[in-house]
Design a protein around this ligand. Structure first.
Ligand code: HEM
Ligand SMILES: *[C@@H]1O[C@H](CO)[C@@H](O)[C@H](O)[C@H]1NC(C)=O
Ligand SMILES: *[C@@H]1O[C@H](CO)[C@@H](O)[C@H](O)[C@H]1NC(C)=O
Length: 322
């Protein structure tokens, strides 16, 4: 009795504190580690199993799921807005420039959601699924792990224009990259660590063509082999790995940059005689430093402006609002 009185007055206290925070900073995050402990205790093993199976079927899926979380979080916070399908009277984020014909992994998210709806209907948000799936993907490919907090809710809207303006372009300069990440609260070092995501996955010829024909800070034998895969016209969807060990999450990406073997123009901008060079050298020679900075930056990214409390909803189908 006394304990529950204490616990409810404690809740009241945190609620009041939260209101105060809400009034002063207009953000009141209440993500927590045990959010689903009572309502869906097995949710994590369901996600992990489905992600692990998907990645063992197709290695690249791990990269695609990591990127999906990034493209969600940088566009008005981690609220699963990226998952909403377009309809006759609604244009979401899927056809924005950085996403169209590019982001993938929706079927894996649907599979996870279907399983979770069977176990604990209406409980686990699509935004939390994306966050856990990204972490489990990195782990499945040999990268570091980190603790994910839960309690994000799903948006009822999406922003085509914010997807176009907030997601960095592969033509970005170092200055553009620093500014795009700074707009989301990340410093240059965190931006460099997060860019290490390009240690896994692939990119289409259309996003690296300009680099392999026109950049002069590219390794010449590397450029030659890429031109063979990416003709000056046509072959837009031909894929190339983002680093020379794109199936495993390691620090090879940074070593490749030092050999002028970055695939995207924006990748090589991190090692082009500018202010990021020293950090790239550090990560190229210190895998542990990269792993631990990457994990910390991912926690920060995962916690970008979530919808909590009664804002948003828990979508039943990640592709549409309830
Ligand atoms: C620093 C600025 C960034 C730029 C300019 C950028 C740009 C791109 C581009 C153009 C592609 C290839 C898309 C395609 O060919 O369809 C790509 C792939 C990818 N990006 Fe980024 N990205 C950036 C940062 C990030 C971050 C922060 C993450 C994750 C936290 C990330 C994760 C990925 C992954 C894993 C892939 C491979 C996806 C797959 O194989 O399906 N990127 N990125
Ligand atoms: C949009 O179209 C759907 C049917 O596709 C309809 O159910 C919904 O009410 C429409 N919403 C608005 C805001 O017009
Ligand atoms: C080009 O790549 C090869 C193979 O990785 C490497 O040995 C060489 O040092 C690179 N050249 C330059 C200029 O970085």
């Amino acid at each position: 009795m006394a304990l529950s009185a204490f616990s409810s007055s404690f809740k009241l206290f945190t609620y009041a504190l939260c209101l105060l925070v809400l009034f002063t900073t207009s953000s009141c995050q209440q993500l927590s580690a045990n959010f689903y402990a009572k309502t869906c205790p097995n949710f994590h093993s369901i996600i992990k199993k489905t992600v692990t199976e998907a990645v063992s079927k197709e290695t690249r899926m791990g990269a695609s799921l990591l990127r999906l979380h990034f493209h969600d979080c940088f566009v008005n916070g981690c609220d699963a807005s990226v998952l909403l399908d377009d309809t006759a009277n609604f244009t979401g984020e899927k056809t924005a420039g950085p996403n169209q014909n590019s982001i993938r992994g929706f079927n894996v998210i649907d599979t996870i959601k279907t399983k979770l709806e069977r176990q604990c209907p209406g409980v686990v948000s699509c935004a939390d699924i994306l966050s856990v799936a990204a972490r489990d993907s990195v782990v499945a490919l040999g990268g570091p792990s980190w603790k994910v907090l839960f309690g994000r809710r799903d948006s009822t809207s999406a922003s085509f224009s914010a997807a176009n303006s907030n997601l960095p372009s592969p033509a970005s300069s170092l200055r553009d990259l620093i500014s795009s990440f700074s707009n989301q609260g990340f410093n240059a070092k965190e931006m460099i660590a997060l860019s290490g995501s390009h240690t896994i996955g692939q990119a289409r010829c259309t996003v690296f063509r300009n680099r392999v024909y026109n950049d002069n800070n590219i390794n010449s034998s590397f450029a030659r082999s890429l031109r063979a895969k990416c003709p000056s016209s046509g072959g837009d969807n031909n894929l190339s790995p983002l680093d020379s060990s794109a199936k495993s999450f390691d620090n090879r990406y940074f070593k490749d940059l030092i050999s002028q073997r970055g695939l995207l123009h924006s990748d090589q901008e991190l090692f082009n005689g500018g202010s990021a060079d020293a950090q790239v050298r550090t990560y190229s020679s210190n895998a542990k430093a990269f792993s631990s900075d990457f994990a910390s930056a991912m926690v920060k990214m995962s916690n970008l402006r979530p919808l909590t409390g009664s804002r948003g909803q828990v979508r039943i189908n990640c592709r549409r609002t309830n």
